[in-house]
Design a protein around this ligand. Structure first.
Ligand code: NIG
Ligand code: FE
Length: 420
């Protein structure tokens, strides 16, 4: 057996994981490996063997340095949160009362609230403050089982403040335990100073922001909020194509609040993911089914905005791989934990526990181009997994509103331990 085992997790009641390096859609999304009474052996941060516990003595000699007794509980891959906006300053709890008075998300945005009020406070914040806020959010995410996370900029909306936000992501990636994938989202809103000159702002994005982001190698993806009174289809296409020409992989916020047909753009620009899709129509979904685009669905946002829930069952029929993420942000989904969205995905999308598990691990990893490294528990992958306070897979989706994490392992190290 290659390499010295430096971590052995044994006595796993149920190991549940999808397998492979590619997103799975349709019927394949529920194909997961279930092993009762399992063990996982780790060397140098990687999984080197997965097997049945009573066999491990035969296979594994005892010079491991650390043994974790999983006490018959459930173990899954570490969760991958494929859609967050966690670089911001200032919460927006005041919007709760406005919502209760009947103001919609777009009403609040049009009055200079919403995203734009977060833009004001984010511009005022220093890099250090953004790092501190982000670090706090990531600690909470990790404690809830998230080991890899996509993070979008988009509350800066000037060259300097977008770069500051992306730099905060870079610092956070180095300084804390959740692995981060950075997305440039200068096209998140039209800033106040360009309110009557959207063209000018798009020009700034394409001629200044994207080239500088690419030059600094500070983001991997480019995202656009394709929405009524934000960026229309042609503008979204233009920005994503420009990003692509600089090597940024396209993603798109499509059909979140109104049915704009943004999912079609995803196909046109070969986006790695189309996100939200609450109001995506049949034609758009059909078009998506002919591309490799992954649907990243955000049920926590539907709940929080009082919106409909995306048509996950139709996506399944069309073999579109579905990932589930939080959308963590201070407006439309102020939560760091993926656990409630996972329960909502069962109850509202009618996806099975097996399908949702794939949605928050392998498919989410594929949506951030990390499926070769993370998202499954199998030989060769990074040793990222969660030991849950749950006896089986159903329990993870059934017992909701509390944190079910027991221990979190990232790259073979225990980074969260709630067992004592
Ligand atoms: O995904 N849609 C745009 N962005 C976020 C909301 C951001 C905010 O309200 O601050 C979303 O819902
Ligand atoms: Fe979002």
């Amino acid at each position: 057996m290659p390499g010295k085992i430096d971590l052995l997790v044994r006595n796993i009641g149920l190991l549940a994981t999808p397998l492979g390096n590619e997103a799975k859609g349709g019927k394949k999304q529920s194909n997961i490996l279930l092993i009762q009474n399992a063990y996982i052996a780790v060397s140098d941060g990687r999984i080197i063997k997965v097997g049945i516990d009573n066999e491990y003595n035969k296979d594994i000699s005892s010079f491991h340095t650390r043994v974790i007794d999983a006490k018959h509980s459930l173990v899954t891959p570490g969760l991958v949160d494929a859609h967050t906006h966690l670089i911001f300053a200032g919460w927006r709890q005041k919007e709760l009362s406005l919502k209760l008075k009947g103001y919609t998300y777009l009403d609040i945005l049009k009055q200079g609230g919403g995203i734009l009020s977060t833009v004001q406070s984010t511009r005022k914040a220093s890099l250090e403050e953004l790092v501190e806020n982000g670090s706090h959010a990531l600690d909470i995410m990790l404690a809830h089982g998230t080991t890899t996370c996509e993070v979008k900029s988009g509350y800066g909306l000037t060259v300097e403040d977008e770069l500051k936000s992306l730099q905060a992501i870079r610092e956070l990636h180095k300084s804390q335990n959740v692995e981060l994938a950075a997305t440039f989202m200068g096209a998140h809103a039209i800033p106040e100073e360009f309110k009557n000159n959207k063209k000018g702002y798009i020009e700034l994005i394409c001629t200044q922001m994207i080239p500088q982001v690419a030059k600094q190698g500070i983001a991997e993806f480019c995202d656009v909020f394709c929405e009524d009174s934000v960026f229309d289809l042609a503008e979204s296409r233009q920005i994503l194509k420009c990003g692509k020409s600089y090597g940024l992989i396209p993603k798109i916020h499509a059909d979140e609040i109104t049915s704009m047909g943004g999912a079609r753009i995803a196909g046109e620009v070969a986006a790695i993911s189309a996100e939200h899709l609450i109001h995506a129509g049949e034609e758009e979904l059909e078009a998506m089914s002919h591309s490799n685009t992954i649907a990243v669905l955000l049920p926590g946002t539907s709940l929080y905005l009082g919106e409909d829930f995306a048509q996950a069952m139709r996506m399944k029929e069309l073999n579109i791989p579905v990932a589930i993420a939080t959308d963590f942000n201070p407006g439309s989904c102020p939560t760091e934990s993926l656990q409630l969205p996972m329960t909502l995905a069962c109850l509202k999308y009618k996806l099975s526990p097996e399908e949702v598990l794939t949605a928050v691990t392998l498919n989410a990893a594929a949506a951030v181009a990390r499926a070769e490294q993370v998202g499954t528990i199998e030989k060769g992958k990074q040793a990222d997994f969660v030991i849950w306070n749950a006896p089986d897979l159903e329990f993870l989706f059934y017992h909701y509103g509390v944190n079910l994490v027991n221990q979190v392992i990232k790259k073979g190290r225990i980074v969260v331990d709630r067992s004592c």
